[in-house]
Design a protein. Structure first.
Length: 249
């Protein structure tokens, strides 16, 4: 009977079989595993610290540390200071300015917490203009934050509106309620508004500052000469050609 060969050895095909140049019993499944960059037969070999050794030899694992904690390099690996099972990919994600390992941690409201801790997302704060407020105790009233029990009301003030809970109308101007109101001593009407004659003047229904502009009389009216001119007792744009009256020709 012709003998079979497996690598450098001969074997009996009734009781043995060749598995990647290694002899194993007929009833054992032929399979091989990877150890670092080498394949080995799991029936009679083992992987120890990245080396293939006989299964009959004792494997003494090399003690490795991940941070300050020891781990078994045969079944575990170190991933950014975290000990993971050797088959789990080492994946890191960013949580604001912190990098974390997604297998063991999670990003919750901008903070890194263990994956075993439930993440309770913080509610989006309510906005009123550019300010945040608590909708449980306050509300937004025309751009002003007021207590929730205060009625939301707005009143007219000159050409604007104000919220009486936080604002007040002072000489046709809306100012904060905490600022003392100093009314104009002798308010005068100018068009649809009131002016303070000590710092303002009325020119043809327009409020102007005396130190910056001059109010010029033109016929029966007054006007601000910026952009305009007086032509034969009528207010015209500066670009208007003013003809010479017949009486002056």
């Amino acid at each position: 009977m012709k003998r079979s060969r497996c690598g450098q050895s001969f074997y009996n095909r009734k009781s043995q079989k060749c598995c990647y140049n290694q002899l194993i019993p007929v009833g054992v499944k032929c399979s091989r595993l990877r150890c670092a960059n080498i394949h080995y037969i799991s029936h009679n070999q083992q992987c120890c610290n990245g080396r293939v050794i006989p299964k009959t030899s004792q494997c003494i694992p090399v003690t490795n540390h991940c941070g300050r904690l020891p781990y078994n390099s045969q079944s575990q690996k170190c991933c950014r200071g975290q000990i993971l099972p050797i088959k789990v990919p080492c994946t890191s994600l960013r949580c604001k300015n912190v990098v974390y390992v997604s297998h063991s941690h999670q990003c919750c409201n901008g903070r890194v917490i263990p994956k075993s801790v439930p993440c309770n997302p913080s509610p989006t704060p309510a906005q009123c203009g550019s300010f945040s407020f608590n909708p449980q105790t306050h509300r937004c009233c025309f751009g002003q934050i007021v207590p929730i029990q205060v009625p939301c009301t707005k009143l007219p003030c000159g050409q604007a509106y104000y919220v009486p809970h936080t604002q007040q109308c002072c000489s046709s101007r809306v100012i904060p309620k905490v600022v003392p109101c100093q009314p104009n001593p002798n308010p005068l009407a100018c068009g649809n508004t009131f002016i303070n004659p000590s710092v303002q003047q009325c020119c043809h229904g327009t409020t102007v500052a005396p130190l910056r502009s001059t109010c010029v009389k033109c016929g029966a009216s007054n006007f601000i000469p910026f952009g305009h001119r007086c032509c034969n007792s009528q207010i015209r744009p500066s670009s208007f050609h003013c003809p010479v009256p017949f009486s002056l020709r």
